[in-house]
Design a protein around this ligand. Structure first.
Ligand SMILES: [Zn+2]
Length: 337
């Protein structure tokens, strides 16, 4: 057999390498990018960005409640004095682009409520990424007829955030009852704000806000009157953990979300609250949520809390991030992969 010249040998190797590289690159092009495991964020706010109030924010900003005095200026609601505050979006377009970019990359679907114009724009830009939700706080916001008409259009699949606590009102207040009756009749899940209000909410923007109206046990009368109502407690009723556990124990269909509290209260406190709910046996009733407003990076910040939770198993994390919401909203999980 004729021995190859060194030149032919090198040429052959180069050709082989070339063919290999070409095949690898063709193969890479044919393979679709692997999708991130799906995540459902059940608590997103569609808000118009107001540049005057677009403040950067340090997560877990309620770690140091300041000593206050009524003769002094009101305490700041957010903190900005950390190494890397989350940047607030400056325009609606900037926020939408950043939001959709992250949602596509991390395969996030969001239950979103708030400004109807923004919500329609987002939904139009990416229909499969949003589950629109109709929010209101009291009977003065809209009539029962207008409420039922809005739900009957089919655009809204969920009702929330309902936040009577900011009016100093119980969620079982009779004035809200006809709305819950409509949601029960139409088989539409509802989400109620309970608990958390931040630092000095009653001193800042909501003088009617009452911590006592965030007690999850205030939902008992409402649930008794509407046994078929699908209801979840936003913010998991933080910090009323024992009452939250008692309510979930007595009412088998109540779920919670961990939005807002997950990035605003001290991280050790957040983890302990979630850990206790799981330890009490309610790992199948906790849904992931952010309470996203104007800081796009908050999606990753909040996600990191669950991903880094060493007290949760991989299965428990998947339940919180996805499976529990699929079950609660009666979704088809195949559509998310
Ligand atoms: Zn809320």
């Amino acid at each position: 057999m004729k021995k190859k010249t060194s030149f032919a040998f090198v040429r052959e190797r180069i050709c082989l390498l070339f063919i290999f590289a070409l095949t690898a690159s063709c193969f890479a092009q044919q393979q679709p990018a692997k999708k991130h495991l799906p995540i459902i964020d059940v608590h997103v706010h569609a808000m118009k960005v107001n540049p005057a109030f677009a403040t950067d924010m340090c997560p877990w900003f309620l770690s140091n409640m300041p000593g206050g005095d009524p003769t002094q200026p009101a305490p700041a609601f957010l903190a900005t004095d950390c190494a890397e505050p989350l940047k607030a979006a400056k325009t609606d377009k900037e926020f939408q682009d950043a939001l959709l970019g992250t949602m596509n990359r991390l395969n996030i679907t969001a239950v979103a409520s708030g400004d109807a114009g923004i919500l329609h724009t987002w939904q139009k830009a990416s229909p499969s990424r949003f589950i629109p939700s109709l929010s209101f706080s009291s009977a003065s916001d809209m009539s029962v007829k207008a409420f039922e008409d809005s739900l009957s259009t089919g655009f809204y699949k969920v009702v929330g955030e309902i936040a009577p606590q900011y009016q100093g009102m119980s969620p079982s207040d009779p004035s809200l009852d006809p709305y819950f009756a409509v949601a029960e009749k139409l088989n539409i899940p509802v989400a109620i704000h309970m608990g958390t209000g931040g630092n000095g909410m009653a001193n800042l923007t909501s003088p009617k806000y009452r911590a006592s109206m965030g007690n999850p046990l205030l939902l008992e009368d409402l649930l008794a009157r509407h046994p078929k109502l699908k209801l979840w407690v936003m913010h998991a009723g933080y910090p009323m953990l024992d009452e939250m556990i008692a309510l979930m124990g007595a009412n088998a269909y109540v779920y919670v979300d961990i939005a807002g509290m997950i990035w605003s209260y001290p991280l050790a406190e957040v983890n302990e609250y979630i850990r206790r709910m799981v330890q009490a046996g309610f790992g199948k009733r906790i849904m992931y949520g952010t309470d996203l407003m104007i800081w796009p990076k908050l999606l990753e910040t909040s996600l990191g809390v669950i991903e880094n939770a060493n007290y949760l198993s991989t299965d428990q994390k998947r339940d919180i991030l996805f499976n529990n919401a699929v079950r609660f909203f009666r979704l088809d999980e195949k559509q998310f992969y």
